[in-house]
Design a protein around this ligand. Sequence first.
Ligand code: ADP
Length: 186
Amino acid sequence: MTQRLIIFLGPPGAGKGTQAERYTEYKLLAHISTGVLLRDHVESRTELGLSAKEILDSGDLVPDNLVISMLQERLDALEESDGAILDGFPRTIPQAQSLDSLKNKIEIVAVVVFEVNKEVLIQRMLERGRSDDNEETIKQRFEVYKKETDPLIKFYKDNNLIYINGAGKEEEVFNELRKKLDPFLE
Ligand code: ADP
């Protein structure tokens, strides 16, 4: 059976995780966050976690092959569901191509792009205070986003692209998300 996937794109701190959490509860979808999966691996000291820890702390991306196999495992474990939100994947063109190669198993229903200006993002991340949220790492994550992830918007230009203003209050962002994304799930 084909899994219906929704991809969330946006810079670090844009609120993808928060909105993905809310939207998946509302529509009973699965929430797949590669950031959360990676941090779980670090916490339970798996082999992957041990090799990922330093990379996470530096703000760089974990190598594609590791993230791709972790994601595929997670997709395989998806029970029959109404679909899933991918939050934090793909982050590079090779990762997007790996998703494309699963064409007969998945359908990309929509690609949601969260837009927020840099000042707001930095403020939010410093307030959030996760272990990789210090100034140096934040700077590095932005550089990586611009170089590796932003080009994905072009890659998905022929898909259903949805733009969300992520700068407002959580509730406002969620309302806009529902208004724009709901029609693709009917
Ligand atoms: P944020 O959106 O704030 O950057 P995430 O939880 O999505 O937070 O990601 C945290 C870190 O996890 C990233 O900086 C990166 O090192 C790693 N990571 C997450 N997803 C991927 C991915 N698809 N490919 C490579 N590294 C990833």
